[in-house]
Design a binder for this molecule. Structure first.
Ligand code: PHE
Length: 455
């Protein structure tokens, strides 16, 4: 395919919103709070912010420029920029990571559909914190219901992917993102005004660095990659649809800013609420799904109609935020199969959807009937999360920074970042310095530290 006959995003806003749509998702609203809870709160958040700034934004620019310059899927991109070399394995690893993430991500995305149903039928009314925990566990342990939802979710993703880039991805993001943001602010205000919310706010704002160990560093780095959709060629694939006048650096800053604000807002919704009703902040993947119904129940219990409207809106938006992310994950694998193996787009999409349903079913069952089958002590669901977010994505980021910082012709890098010299990029030197040194050394140090090699 030539540069011109590939699809493109139609507008600048569309570019930012579609990329932000990929970034903003369950990673911010579901994963960020439970990782923060598992890793002790404010200190984790600070380290997370440093990771976003020092690793996330520069690597995002690198992915953008690789994608836009090559105008290809992520594996094809390395093929074009470094023909005949092993760099294509970086792209392939990304495709694999995307496939695995989509497998377990769609399980959680499916849960949001169940909660839409619960919100619509006002089933949160009159329940206590213990009831919410019990009903969540019985739902996820059920062998059928979560599987039906995850299939529906993947079919919805499939439908949009088949409709194509501009109509499907761009249009849906433009409407959903702003509404989601407003609703999050409303919920955060409700949550911080619950009785006893102060302890949650303190948990978010008062860092305790004595708890910081290798695990916390790896967790924060993994979360930054996961939340920004980095390290697996997702934004690289999207950038292959960017227009030539898209400002890559500015887009990266905007996407990172939106993503971070959503995550912090989610923190301000979950923790005050969790502390208010006495739920442990380290409840893990169930945290969002247990505390949030409580917020609705406690804050609007006297106004049932308002509770129904707000909770319904929230879960619908959560599902849509997840959808814009599953679309981007699906697109990475679909574009790869379509362009590298010459399948038609719809056949490629069908293969991806079927494969992900297969993985998703096992991930879902691993939380119920299959919970005794573990890999290194983790069930299948948790091990997919661990392998992708904490290993494959940072590893991908490591290679992407080396590729851009050391291997790629600096002329190409400059042309892409400055749009052929038409933009002033005051941060260019810093960007290159980070990609050359800070990012690879930082990622390697965190890995080595976690493996215990420094001791
Ligand atoms: N960033 C998405 C989220 O926060 C998840 C994702 C990861 C999407 C990697 C694409 C690639 O929900």
């Amino acid at each position: 395919m030539t540069r011109n006959d590939r699809a493109n995003f139609g507008s600048k806003l569309g570019v930012i919103l579609a990329s932000a749509g990929s970034a903003v998702g369950l990673g911010n609203i579901w994963r960020f709070p439970f990782e923060t809870g598992n890793h002790g709160g404010a200190a984790f958040i600070l380290i997370y912010l440093v990771c976003v700034l020092l690793l996330g934004i520069p690597i995002m620019v690198a992915e953008f420029l690789i994608g836009r310059h090559s105008r290809a899927n992520t594996a094809g991109a390395y093929q074009r920029l470094a023909p005949g070399t092993r760099w294509r394995w970086v792209g392939r690893m990304g495709v694999l990571a995307g496939f695995l993430i989509l497998g377990y991500y769609s399980v959680v995305a499916g849960w949001t559909l169940e909660f839409i149903g619960e919100a619509a039928t006002n089933s949160f009314a009159g329940k206590s914190a213990a009831d919410f925990i019990a009903s969540f566990n019985s739902f996820t342990g059920n062998p059928w219901r979560p599987i039906v939802w995850l299939m529906l979710f993947l079919l919805a993703t499939h439908f949009i992917i088949v409709k194509g880039v501009e109509k499907g991805i761009e249009k849906s993001s433009k409407i959903m993102m702003p509404v989601l943001f407003i609703l999050l602010i409303v919920l955060a205000v409700c949550s911080v005004s619950l009785p006893g919310a102060g302890a949650g706010i303190e948990f978010l704002l008062k860092p305790d660095f004595s708890k910081v160990d290798g695990n916390v560093l790896l967790g924060a780095m993994g979360q930054a990659f996961f939340s920004l959709s980095l390290g697996m060629g997702c934004l690289c694939t999207y950038a292959s649809y960017f227009r030539d006048d898209t400002n890559l650096t500015k887009t990266a800053f905007n996407v990172a800013a939106i993503d971070t604000m959503v995550a912090i807002l989610a923190g301000f919704i979950i923790f005050p609420a969790a502390f208010s009703v006495g739920i442990q902040p380290d409840a893990g993947p169930s945290l969002l799904f247990i505390t949030l119904p409580n917020v609705f129940q406690q804050a609007f219990g006297n106004l049932p109609w308002l509770a129904v409207i707000l909770s319904l809106m929230f879960y619908i938006l959560l599902a849509l935020a997840a959808l814009t992310s599953t679309i981007s994950l699906h697109e990475v694998v679909t574009a790869y199969l379509h362009e590298e193996f010459k399948f038609s787009r719809s056949k490629a999409a069908r293969l991806v959807t079927a494969g992900c349903i297969f993985l998703g079913v096992f991930c879902s069952l691993s939380l119920g009937v299959g919970k005794d089958y573990t890999i290194f002590g983790l069930n299948l669901f948790d091990s997919f999360d661990f392998i992708t977010a904490k290993i494959m994505l940072p590893l991908g980021g490591f290679f992407i920074s080396i590729f851009t910082g050391w291997y790629l012709d600096k002329k190409i890098v400059w042309e892409e970042v400055s749009n052929n010299g038409s933009l002033k990029v005051p941060v260019y030197k810093t960007l290159i310095f980070i990609l050359k040194f800070i990012a690879p050394i930082g990622i390697a140090a965190i890995f080595i530290n976690e493996l215990g090699l420094l001791k």
